[in-house]
Design a protein. Structure first.
Length: 128
């Protein structure tokens, strides 16, 4: 970045009614991004996330592999999965395997579909 005019003179730090002031001493600062959300403690089958200010509901979607096997719209920042359920005309159960779930914060009435992604997480149901 240039430090002054082409003739080598410096730009003033500020111009006041009594003249120009010199530049202030250089300074720096570190920008540290906020830490990612930490998982909240829970029991098996309970999906929890950090509450989002202004959210009127959430959209939670559960996938086994690439197949969506459940969706819900809780109003709280957690949702308890049942060991078995019926969704989209099919019966499912929390059988051994790898799962991924996503949650979006919803704003206003559901019919407006105004969402913002909150995050996602994975879990494994082990073979017994």
């Amino acid at each position: 970045m240039p430090h002054g005019y082409e003739d080598g003179s410096s730009w003033p730090g500020a111009v006041t009614p009594t003249g120009a002031t010199p530049w202030s001493a250089a300074y720096g600062f570190d920008m540290v991004p906020p830490a990612p959300p930490t998982p909240l403690p829970s029991y098996p089958g309970l999906l929890r996330w950090t509450p989002i200010a202004g959210a009127t509901y959430y959209n939670v979607q559960l996938f086994r592999g690439s197949k969506r096997i459940y969706a819900a719209w809780p109003t709280m920042h957690q949702f308890g999965l049942q060991p078995a359920w019926k969704w989209a005309g099919h019966r499912f159960r929390l059988s051994p395997g790898r799962y991924r779930w996503y949650v979006w914060a919803g704003y206003g009435p559901r019919k407006l579909a105004q969402y913002r992604i909150v995050g996602s997480a994975r879990f494994v149901v082990p073979r017994s």
